[in-house]
Design a protein. Sequence first.
Length: 279
Amino acid sequence: MASVVLITGSSSGIGKALCQEFSRRGCRVIATARQLESIADLKEQGMATWPLDVNQPEQVRQTVAEILAAEERLDILINNAGFGQFGPMLDVSPEQMQAQFETNVFAPLFLIQQVAPIMGRQGSGLIVNMGSISGVTSTPFAGAYCASKAALHAYSDALRMELAPFGIRVVTIQPGGIESGFGEVAAENIRLGAESWYGAIADHIQARATLSQQNATPTEEFAEKLVAALLQPQPPAMIRLGKKSFRLPFLKRWLPTFLLDRILKKRFGLNELKEPQKP
């Protein structure tokens, strides 16, 4: 029996590539995105498509129920939908921080809460949460994004242990740089106040937002390796793939904090700043 796979954020980048790779391997793919027309090409390729805004709890409930009625089972959930909020932490508003956590932290958990009972009744299932190496090693000007992925990693660890008795596996993905539209969208989400202390190094902030797209791993290559790992009988609890996916975690683990801070401050232009003028 072909595995039924539900993937969020399927309209582009990693999500779309995962849909195509799971389908190529014979799985029954359910692609979702906020705008149904953005995944019309996946429907033409034989996949089931559903509109799904992960930040709308009632729509999530209804869509999961309808998918279950149509497919009668659900074997794999890929929590891929997310975005990056970039900019100095002093310039990120409470509303922007809330939006970052709503999409990257709260929404995946709510979807898991809807899907886990289905998998529990089946006695099997796989939940895959798309984290990031940014959730392992925080960098300047990405604090909101790093915090959201660190939170996702933390509760994924808890879920992995809590759901194991019911036959449900939980896998955390920590990609490095993967080709996608992430950098372009991230650059649009930079927050820099008119009187920001960091205005003089705005170019470094812009560079941080697009950093993941420099010498990035092709999306298709990433998807092929990831799906192969996930379809193993016993997939790893944590998977790192892509360019730079090991470098920052390695530095975080082995370098003294003061030395890693020094490297990152220099890398992102913080050494160029002067103290703000006193009134």
